[in-house]
Design a protein. Structure first.
Length: 472
């Protein structure tokens, strides 16, 4: 079903067919994104008047440029009803195509390479529903709503909302170029009732009391991230500050803050007590932490944990040290270094899984024994080459454990010192950008030579499971 809404009547060009704009051509999600569109920044204002319900009101201004002339802008959007669209502040025509999950906008003139423009979209209502294409049980992505409990024995759990969007759920609540190849910075403004807290990716820059019993929290994410990694949380939170950790770029301090729903039990909180030490250990292997802040926001539904940028989304049921470490590692691998195509998601999951082994070794555990357990799992469950071919393969055992063993094989082949140097060269080259498996292999060839590249390539490409690499 398609809905046409016209903002002006005079001098309006006719809308071209939706299919005229080419998508990014992703291997797994070919309908996502627009080829040639480059979103530089999202300035998002969200009002959540009734936390715990799905209703929201939003306005987002996208700062855009292009890598090729674009006569139309085709955003991914399957969310609330759009009421107005403005190009550089002036109304323009648009079409919301529900079947294609797109918002088509025709600017007054084509957007040319090197030219910046702003596109503002106003919308309100209930977000759309996108079901996760690869999970083992039904999981709805994007904007999550947790209804509050009725008063019981004098206690009431407040309603809450948060985002859980990987891989393709952000466009259920945010008009966006919803593909990891187009990373952007974010300013997020969250208006909530008094007594609630808004939190988002980045560093909080202000908190303002408003008339009528509302307040607005503003966050700035200054480093580019993929759209799926945007964190937004609304709840009655206790914000817990911890000492900054000097492991950022150039030794800069990394701000530490965690958000716990009021009444969170101590065992849940304890899962995050060693975050500073984790930051030090991982930065010793991977190089400087790539963002200004890190922490977690705990949520109550039994959902998967997600490495939302600078503020990992951590269910109570996932509040365990290995999971906390894994999501922290994703800040390097996934959020700072992002696959240019979803088929290469093992570059996220394999690296984050191997970080678990590196952390365990730092605690005196046997890393080779962990690698052997991964190998046993793959032998039992089966395996595949690491570049995914179907949505079902995105987050399977091979992406995690075979991906980790590929790195283990590289480490065994070249030794710890050269392995560490390779990891740091990889993060230095690609942090803030995107990467493909071929880029990793090319860097291995130049950084650690043919033996390192061959070790990686075997684990990446072999249909059969290679032999377990053994640390000396």
């Amino acid at each position: 079903m398609s809905q046409l809404q016209v903002a002006q009547v005079q001098d309006i060009p006719s809308l071209p067919p939706l299919q005229a704009a080419r998508t990014t051509g992703d291997s797994i999600f070919p309908a996502l994104g627009q080829l040639g569109l480059d979103v530089l920044n999202y300035d998002l204002t969200l009002t959540v008047a009734r936390p715990g319900t799905s209703e929201l009101r939003g306005e987002v201004t996208l700062t855009l440029t292009a890598t090729q002339p674009l006569a139309q802008i085709q955003l991914d959007f399957f969310g609330p009803t759009v009421s107005a669209v403005r190009w550089n502040g002036r109304p323009v025509v648009f079409r919301s195509d529900i079947a294609a999950q797109k918002l088509l906008v025709v600017p007054p003139a084509p957007l040319l390479p090197g030219v910046e423009a702003t596109l503002t979209v106003s919308y309100a209502g209930a977000p759309g529903i996108v079901r996760d294409p690869d999970f083992s049980y039904p999981l709805e992505l994007g904007w999550q709503s947790v209804p509050g409990d009725e008063a019981s024995a004098g206690a009431t759990r407040a309603g809450a909302n948060f985002t859980l969007s990987e891989p393709n759920g952000t466009h259920t609540f945010l008009p966006s170029n919803d593909h990891p190849s187009d990373k952007a910075t974010f300013t997020t403004r969250i208006t909530v009732p008094a007594g609630f807290t808004g939190a988002a990716s980045g560093v909080q820059v202000s908190q303002t009391e408003l008339e009528g019993g509302f307040q607005t929290f503003v966050f700035r994410q200054a480093q580019p991230i993929p759209t799926y990694a945007l964190a937004i949380h609304v709840n009655q939170f206790e914000r817990v500050e911890s000492p900054a950790v000097p492991v950022g770029v150039g030794g800069s301090p990394v701000q530490r803050r965690d958000y716990f729903p009021v009444g969170t039990a101590q065992p849940t909180r304890e899962a995050y007590a060693r975050t500073a030490e984790m930051l030090r250990v991982l930065s010793g292997w991977f190089g400087p932490y790539p963002f200004e802040a890190y922490g977690v926001a705990v949520v109550t539904p039994q959902l998967p944990a997600l490495e939302t940028a600078t503020l990992s989304t951590m269910p109570v049921t996932s509040s365990r040290e290995p999971v906390a470490l894994h999501e922290l590692a994703h800040q390097w691998f996934g959020n700072a270094i992002t696959p240019a195509d979803w088929s290469d998601v093992w570059l996220n999951e394999g690296f984050a899984t191997y970080a678990e082994l590196l952390w365990a070794e730092a605690q005196g555990q046997d890393g080779q024994a962990i690698a052997a357990r991964w190998m046993d799992t793959l032998n039992r469950r089966g395996t595949r080459p690491l570049v995914a071919r179907t949505p079902e393969q995105l987050f399977d055992t091979s992406a995690y454990q075979r991906g980790a063993l590929a790195l283990h094989a590289l480490r065994v082949a070249v030794g710890d010192d050269r392995f560490r140097a390779f990891l740091q060269a990889y993060t230095a080259r690609y942090s803030g950008g995107t990467v493909r498996t071929a880029d990793l292999l090319a860097l291995a060839q130049t950084q650690v030579g043919p033996e390192g590249e061959a070790a990686l390539k075997l684990w990446i490409e072999s249909p059969a499971l290679p032999a377990l690499p053994i640390l000396p």
